[in-house]
Design a protein around this ligand. Structure first.
Ligand SMILES: [Zn+2]
Ligand SMILES: [Zn+2]
Length: 187
């Protein structure tokens, strides 16, 4: 049985990090600050990070005995649709990442599943799975444009913000009532 099902990493991918310059001595650390384009489908159906928009990585890599530990913050922008009023949502986000990437043939690599602990491929590691998990966890499944968005009138579909507080469809205007009666008689 093959030991690993990992896809081969391409160092030209924006979220693949080359750790060649990080000394393998435990405790050695290096900053990892860069701005990369967001990958496709980063997020949920109703709210996500626009493909190609800036992702600002503010991370640090630390050598540990079993691999490389990557931690820090990733910032970017989100776009979506309010689940109540359908208005566009445009906001920023920041997520924290803390992920261990185990060296090939380390005890950690041999005793853990690749879903729990990341894997080094030579000097390369892939930030994308950890970033996806972090971003998806932070996103609301029912995004709203603001916490108290009142939504739309279920009768006429107009934003309740744009309607008077006493807006109602209970009392039908007599002129509309007349029209309604008219159409009834036509049937
Ligand atoms: Zn809204
Ligand atoms: Zn209405």
């Amino acid at each position: 049985m093959p030991k690993t099902s990992l896809k081969h990493l391409d160092p030209r991918q924006p979220l693949v990090v080359d750790t060649t310059k990080l000394p393998r001595q435990p405790g050695a650390t290096r900053a990892l600050k860069r701005v990369v384009p967001a990958p496709k489908d980063l997020g949920l159906e109703l709210i996500s990070v626009p493909t190609g928009s800036d992702l600002e990585l503010d991370l640090s890599m630390t050598s540990v005995s079993e691999g490389v530990y990557v931690s820090g913050t990733v910032r970017g922008s989100l776009q979506g649709e309010c689940g109540r009023c359908l208005d566009e949502i445009s906001q920023s986000f920041a997520v924290t990442i803390g992920e261990l990437y185990a060296y090939a043939d380390s005890t950690t690599e041999e005793t853990t599943d690749e879903d729990e602990v990341g894997r080094m491929q030579g000097d390369l590691l892939d930030l994308e799975p950890a970033l996806r998990d972090a971003v998806v966890l932070t996103l609301p499944t029912n995004p709203v444009c603001r916490p108290d968005c009142p939504g739309l009138c279920p009768e006429c579909g107009v934003h309740l913000d744009d309607l008077p507080a006493d807006h109602s469809h209970e009392d039908v205007d007599p002129r509309w009532a007349a029209l309604r009666n008219l159409s009834n008689t036509e049937e």
